[in-house]
Every structure is written in structure tokens, then in C-alpha cells.
Design a protein around this ligand. Sequence first.
Ligand SMILES: *Cc1c(COP(=O)(O)O)cnc(C)c1O
Length: 367
Amino acid sequence: MNLRIPGPIPVPEDILATMATPMMNHRGPQFKDLLYRVTDGVKQVFDTKNDLYILTSSGTSAMEAAIVNTLSPGDKVLNLSIGSFGDRFGQIAEIYGATVTKLNFPWGSAVDIDALRDVLKAEPGIVTVMVTHNETSTGVTNDLEAIASVVKGEFDKLLLVDGISSVCSIPLQTDAWECDVVATASQKGWMLPPGLAFISFSERAWEAHASAKMPKFYLDLAQYRSYYEKGQPPYTPAISIFFALDLAIQQLQEEGIDALFARHARIAQMTREGIKDLGLSLFPDEQYASDTVTAASIPEGVVASDLLRIVREDHDVVLGGGQGPVDGKIFRIGHMGKTTPEDIRGVLDALAASLPKVGFTPAGTAH
Ligand SMILES: *Cc1c(COP(=O)(O)O)cnc(C)c1O
């Protein structure tokens, strides 16, 4: 199967195989070595010297942890949203009682820096800004460096980042850009199955933690910090995925992180060119188009679910559909992890063969 959704991604065979390693005591010396080794490896990918914790849960838990560990009910926060994951970040903060100012941008576009600056000027009571680096629902990457330079450089707010579909695929310089909290998850760029989430936490975030009153138990990072000193996680971790993480980190260190970023950019470029060559159009403005997920518009008259079904049944290619307001309007191709040019060729060939069956004549095939 050519699994091309934006997570979970296909996991290389050798990484899958390492998950068959027998269990070990998660409070013993072997696990301590493993925990310290993989935490250091993950920190290198985050480009950070901040604390970093590995949670046994999906990416959303790290978004929730970012909020409950830094905020109190009633705190004023600014949520920047350009799609469904941005909306989710704001929703979590609201559920825990934060007063959320929502700055939403049309799906398919990116955060406008001037609009961000205007809100921060107009509402000096805002303490924290929340943003999605790469919006997986629309295939858009925000200019996080520019956003951070306003949020930190000009206004000195706490900055919480959902980097779930960017970290380990697209450059995100946690320390250089002063991102206080960055959240990501194993099934996106890390070549791993779902089940682990990673969260970095700055000194400034710890200062916020000291007075943060939102309720928390499993996600209280103070527990992770004190257990980390002993070389343990506070609760039983997904040990099998730790084995996989250990090998994935070795592999990405061998490749080199810059080479890995360049490879993602090349594969994404190939995907975008291929989509346009078929006569389809990209959903977002190409200048913001993501290097981890490509969103293409469903042409007039084509039923999205028919297209995705034919591609799956006839070609064994699994693509992502649209969510919420873009359900039926777009489809998405995930290209994180070890996606090869052949994988993308397979997707484009499957689309070329399937589009005529749903009433669309791909470019270059009408003779
Ligand atoms: C996948 C994703 C999430 C949700 O992660 P889960 O692991 O499904 O909880 C959140 N934000 C972004 C940007 C994502 O891509």
C-alpha cells in the first residue's frame, strides 16, 4: 500500500522490526541510557537546549500540555489559526478557561504579520500567543521565524507552537526563534508509528509554570522534570516506540538534518509540479505551500470521495481528504518521512489514471 496521508506515515521495515525487541524495566539502568540518548537526539532535531519531554500519547496531548503547563483560567491568549489544527489549539485553551482572542485567516492562506502586530498592539493584556507552524489541514506553512520575531522581539509574549507536522521535516529553530514551547508527534516526520509526543519547554515557560493554575495530572511537566533527573519517565512509556525512536534518530543523524530538510523540499516541489502538470491546482497560494503535505483542489464537477476511492481500490494509493469547511473540496498528499520520488510518481500516475473516471481530463492526455 502507498500510504500517503499526512500521518501516520509509512514506517521503514527496520524501524518496525526493532519494535519487536523484548520489554525492559522502564525504571532500570538500560531504560535510563535509552531515555537520555533519545532525548538528546530529539533535542538536536528541535535545535534546542531547552528541556524536552517525551509523552506517551498523541500530538494533541502535547498541545494540551503546552497550554495547561503555562496558563491559568482567565489568562488572555491570542490564537492564530489558518485551519482545523489551529482551531483545535484555541479550543483546548478555551475549554481550560483561557480568554481566547481568535485571529483566524482564510483556509489556504498564512498568518498575516501586520494583522498579528495590530492585535498585539490593541490588546496589551495578552500574555501568550499560540500558533501552528505547519497547518496540515490546508497544506500551508506559516513563516514562524517572522511570527516569532514579532511575538518575542517586539512584544515579548510567551510563544506556544504546534510543530506537529513540521519538526523533523521542515526547519524549526526552537532556540534561535525563541519558541517557548514546541509540540510534535511521532507519526508525522519522525518515521515512527503513532504513540509518542515530544514537547520542548523553555526557562520562560517554567516561570509561567510556577504560577499556572490550569488543572493537570498526566500532562504536568513538573513530574516529567523530576523523574527525568532519575532517568525515568513518571508513567509507563510506550517502550516499543522508544526502541523505534532510538533507531530513527541514528538514521537521521547519519543522513544529516540539513540533508533531510533538503530532501523534503525536493519531494514537495516534485509533488507540486506533478499536480500542476495534471492540470489540477494547488489549494494554497504556492508561496506558503507546505513541504510536508500538499493540498490540491478538487476540480469542478468531480466528487472527491469517488476520486479517493478509485485511487485506493485500483492503485492501492491512500490519500487524505479535506476536513471541515474544505471537506469534498480538496485532497491531500502526505510526504513526510522517507517518501521517495517513486512514491510520488505512484501517486501522480494513479491520479492520472483515475481522474478521467470521475469526469476530469488530466492535462497532457487529451489528444
Ligand atoms: C496531526 C496533527 C495534530 C494532531 O495530532 P494527533 O497526534 O492526531 O493528536 C495537531 N496539529 C497538527 C499540525 C497536526 O498535523
